[in-house]
Design a protein around this ligand. Sequence first.
Ligand SMILES: [Zn+2]
Ligand SMILES: [Zn+2]
Length: 323
Amino acid sequence: MKLENKVLLPESGYYKANLHCHTVISDGELTPEEIKKVYSEQGYSIVAFTDHERYRWHKELDDENFLALAAYETECCDFATGPDCWQDLKTYHLNLFDTDPTQNAEAKAQNLHPARRYGDIAGLNEYIAQMNDLGFLVCYNHPYWSLQDYNDYAGLRGLFAMEIYNHGCEHDGLYGFHPQAYDEMMRAGQKLFALATDDNHDRVPFGDPLNDSFGGWVQIASEKLDYSSVIQSLKDGCFYWSMGPELRGVRVEDGVLKIKTSPVEKIFVILKGRDCYKKLAPRGQTITEAQFPLTGKEGWFRIEVRDGQELYAGSNAYYLADF
Ligand SMILES: [Zn+2]
Ligand SMILES: [Zn+2]
């Protein structure tokens, strides 16, 4: 296979985004205005407001430095009664990101949710297809926290992405980082992107280590900070996820994968099959770049890096068939 030269992630031109956020409109503690203020102060330009079962477009928050994405989070479970039932309850949580809030506004305002029948994958996939038709990108959230395994998620269809890291779930049970689920989905033949998110509710104050804001985000490469440009970048996978490190340019040139990062200890390229490519810094040191020749037989690959604080960042999976 001849690999075309390609820029997979540009060196600069990113907007920092939290794509999973709860406010007082559902069970979060902050108002949308407060979210805008605190996230802007931390260098974010984009927040998707994903209140539970409440679709909202906070257009009033938009300005030249901030963009609010219209969204909501829905769930599919057999309703539990009592804390004992909740303790063992499997559930699907899906984030719905609106690609164009000016379309189908009446239908979206109904906060459509899937039938509450856990295990009815066909019914859930019908719901996802319906939401795609309405103009939503659908993300599968935090499988680890949801007590779900491969049998629960491998059959899902119509997903744009799934979470690879969820900061709120990290605090619930070290359930935050679950790259195995993402790899399993792709090894099952799916093609979807990976998001790191906060899922913040802000029930404990900023500064407390258990506060759930500012721990997982995506950096979206977009020419402009406007709704349609940002959505196009999401659809195209022009973004990467992070808990800390930065990817500062990824490209394929003359058959070689070239990666630049902020200082990290490990740069790995995970492949469809078992073997992977890797470069590690000597103990106590850091590296900021790595290059790996591609054979064209990788199937798909994704980049994952880890810094000295044991925080990860990574790319979406790239499919050799697309080169
Ligand atoms: Zn959730
Ligand atoms: Zn949530």
